[in-house]
Design a binder for this molecule. Structure first.
Ligand SMILES: [Zn+2]
Length: 472
């Protein structure tokens, strides 16, 4: 398993940056050509390989008009084809979910999943319709990246200990030397991303070389619930990543304040421009409404949140051989639907990071990750199974007369879902509700009168609300 590392350029001169930028711009045209020609059913969808595309382009001379070296465009073709394939795979994932939701006959479901796996979906009306719905023809506007193969660059450390990375330029045997801010030389295929005068060098290292991968996992089965104040709460009642809420609130407050200030400055600049004072308008735009600092602050915040969440996941896996969790990638709302609400946007984003951390860390450390259907897990009492009410961080069960800590209750329910005979991963929401209701109804008919019967009274006496565990 691979993890991505990023090295940054430091003090790169403007001429070199401009040369790299021009190369990336030309490679951007290669990218959009690939998307346009092969980004659909007849291209990557039909099993076309990047080697075949390269041969075609060499034969018909397509490659000549891009004005880049052979290796640069070939690597870009490979990269763009991989992007298209990933796009197709994520569409298939959506279609698999739709099959789980909509097709009830197990044999039919199996047949459809098989057809989808081998790309024979065009003939089946349901599959074809679903694929059209989820696989929208994409296009690429990426024009700030250069992919460099492992044997096409070299690194040298100069007399002052600075590391230099030399990558091919636009002409043969003309290398561009980039000073890096790290002492560790990047390895393998590189992806150079050019942003605001700086070069980011993305590369992958084998996760087994990371120290954390040597850490063994635990031996138990643990359920986790994803929260906002804490990154995770487990079914033992332990909170992990308790600094997350504070980080997110601080960021949200900072963003709101900054956006307010920027809006004000923008309106001053607009008024100045309307008055004809273009110098002033320009001054404000250039000095006070820049994006370099803003982007760096955002990157720092993202790094802090990732550390918090990854550390939390490591803590859980210290004791777990199997982690049971909600599938956090499911129905992951896009940026658009989340709108301008900063809190919701941040929460949605951390959900994605948590999903990544759970998958990544459990794979590295050898624990299993089990996804379960989490419908109603935060609204059901884990002891009696009855639907109850959640108020803030408490869950109140009227049947047991107990108040649980809401996220601990949810984590225990999630753990129990792993062995649930009736509720499968894709069981629709309303069916889950029905199943839960049926279970409590069954229990109710078995019991004598609920309220004042001696049996109930006795049970209550034996179990006074000792399990009222809501602590703050
Ligand atoms: Zn209960």
């Amino acid at each position: 398993m691979k993890v991505t590392r990023i090295a940054y350029s430091t003090g790169l001169n403007a001429g070199k940056y401009a040369a790299l930028r021009e190369q990336a711009r030309r490679l951007g045209r290669v990218r959009s050509e690939v998307w346009q020609r092969y980004g659909s059913v007849t291209g990557v969808g039909s099993g076309l390989r990047d080697r075949q595309v390269r041969d075609r382009w060499l034969a018909d001379g397509t490659h000549v008009r891009f004005g880049v070296l052979a290796n640069a465009w070939k690597e870009t073709v490979r990269d763009a084809m991989a992007d298209i394939a990933a796009n197709l795979a994520s569409a298939k994932l959506e279609v698999r979910r739709a099959i789980g939701r909509r097709i009830n006959d197990p044999a039919e479901r199996k047949r459809m999943l098989a057809a989808l796996a081998v790309d024979r979906w065009a003939a089946d009306p349901f599959l074809a319709r679903q694929m059209r719905k989820h696989w929208r023809r994409g296009r690429s506007r990426t024009d700030h990246q250069i992919v460099v193969r492992a044997d096409k660059y070299n690194t040298v450390t100069d007399g002052r200990g600075r590391l230099w990375l030399a990558v091919p330029g636009l002409e043969r045997r003309q290398m561009v030397r980039i000073p890096l801010s790290t002492a560790v030389a990047p390895t393998g295929t590189l992806r150079l991303i050019l942003r605001r005068g700086r070069v980011e060098v993305h590369y992958q290292i084998d996760a087994s070389h990371m120290r954390s991968s040597q850490r063994p996992c635990g031996g138990r089965m643990v359920g986790v619930d994803k929260g906002y104040t804490e990154a995770l709460t487990d079914s033992d009642g332990t909170h992990h990543g308790t600094g997350l809420g504070k980080l997110l609130t601080a960021e949200s407050d900072r963003l709101k304040e900054r956006n307010r200030r920027r809006a004000k400055l923008r309106s001053i600049a607009n008024t100045a421009a309307a008055r004809g004072d273009h110098a002033k308008a320009h001054r404000i735009t250039a000095n006070n409404l820049g994006i370099v600092k803003r982007d760096r602050q955002a990157a720092r915040h993202r790094a802090q949140v990732r550390t918090e969440i990854f550390t939390a996941v490591h803590r859980v896996i210290d004791k777990a051989a199997t982690v049971v969790a909600e599938d956090l990638t499911k129905r992951f709302a896009g940026r658009k639907t989340l709108g301008k609400n900063i809190n919701r946007r941040l929460a949605g984003w951390t959900k994605g990071v948590s999903a990544e951390a759970l998958r990544n860390v459990s794979e590295r450390r050898g624990s299993a990750l089990v996804h379960v259907n989490a419908a109603y897990t935060s609204q059901t009492c884990h002891r009696c199974g009855r639907l109850g009410r959640r108020g803030g961080d408490r869950f109140h069960c009227t049947c047991c007369g107990v108040v649980w800590q809401a996220d601990v209750n949810a984590a225990i329910n999630i753990l129990q879902r792993a062995g649930d005979p009736d509720i499968a991963l894709h069981t629709p929401h309303h069916v889950v509700r029905q199943i839960l209701q049926d279970r409590t109804d069954r229990r109710r008919t078995r019991l004598p009168v609920q309220d004042s019967s001696p049996a109930t009274a006795e049970r209550r006496a034996n179990h006074p609300n000792r399990s009222t565990t809501s602590k703050k």
